[in-house]
Write a protein that binds this ligand. Structure first.
Ligand SMILES: Nc1ncnc2c1ncn2[C@@H]1O[C@H](COP(=O)(O)OP(=O)(O)OP(=O)(O)O)[C@@H](O)[C@H]1O
Ligand SMILES: [Mg+2]
Length: 247
């Protein structure tokens, strides 16, 4: 049973990666137009959860329904944008050539390229080889590619890593604008202060969602004044069952 207001519905998702249970019996629903932050320490399962949502992860059990369809099913290809944690642009192509390539794969026209270039402020770099761009510019090319075709769900894995505070803030401004236009965004980050820019916050640890809250509620519940501190309080409150070291 699918509700049209839901962009995502996950029931009982468990994923094993190697010897690790990377996601453990997880349930999650996202409403359309929500800007959702996904935070958690390294190895907590953020990327694995995102891979499950975009349909590139083998699931152990559970169901993942995206925009009313099974995750990864062909009709979703145009409706879901994904930016991986690793660079996914071709360094020997220019910015425009990269975007033209992805636009061709998606079957969208050149006007779309102009739109995403404007949105990510890459107009000055169109003729530059991607391999010669700065880290922040490369991140924006990845994001621009994910925006092609106006996806309804955007899954962004640490899109602001390596960006200076001004660019980070600009990107969050763009995320907010997209959400206002009805796009659902799931954005992972290590930077806790970015959490305050979301409508809703998911804190992951050991493959589970430790807290599903709002920025304001998180601070109120933990009696702290910043998200970083709040997360530490939550971790202390919920000592993990698994104590083995992760690297
Ligand atoms: N290819 C793989 N083979 C085996 N185990 C893996 C693989 N990829 C991830 N894992 C394990 O799955 C767990 C979750 O990893 P995941 O990459 O989802 O975490 P993450 O929260 O995205 O971490 P980070 O913040 O460092 O990106 C970790 O224990 C990790 O070691
Ligand atoms: Mg990750």
């Amino acid at each position: 049973m699918e509700h049209s207001a839901l962009a995502l519905r996950i029931d009982g998702l468990t994923v094993r990666r190697g010897r690790n249970v990377a996601v453990r019996d997880l349930d999650l629903s996202l409403a359309r137009g929500e800007l959702v932050g996904l935070l958690g320490p390294s190895g907590s399962g953020k990327t694995t959860l995102m891979r499950s949502i975009v349909g590139v992860q083998r699931l152990e059990s559970g169901t993942v329904t995206v925009l009313g369809q099974s995750a990864g099913s062909p009709p979703l290809r145009h409706r879901v944008g994904y930016v991986t944690q690793d660079v996914s642009v071709y360094s020997d192509l220019t910015v425009r050539e990269n975007l033209s390539y992805f636009a061709t794969v998606l079957g969208v026209g050149g006007a779309e390229i102009d739109r995403v270039v404007a949105a990510t402020d890459l107009g000055g770099q169109l003729k530059q080889l991607a391999g010669s761009l700065s880290g922040g510019q490369v991140s924006r090319v990845s994001l621009a590619a994910a925006l092609l075709g106006t996806p309804e769900l955007l899954v962004l894995d640490e899109p602001t890593v390596g960006l200076d505070p001004v660019l980070r803030s600009e990107l969050w401004g763009l995320f907010r604008e997209l959400a206002r236009g009805g796009v659902t965004l799931l954005v992972s980050s290590h930077v806790m202060d970015e959490a305050t820019r979301c409508d809703r916050l998911l804190l992951m640890r050991d493959g589970e969602i430790l807290a599903d809250t709002t920025p304001r509620q998180l601070l109120a519940d933990t009696g702290t004044s910043d998200a970083e501190e709040a997360f530490l309080v939550l971790i202390e409150r919920h000592p993990g069952e698994r104590t083995e070291e992760r690297s």
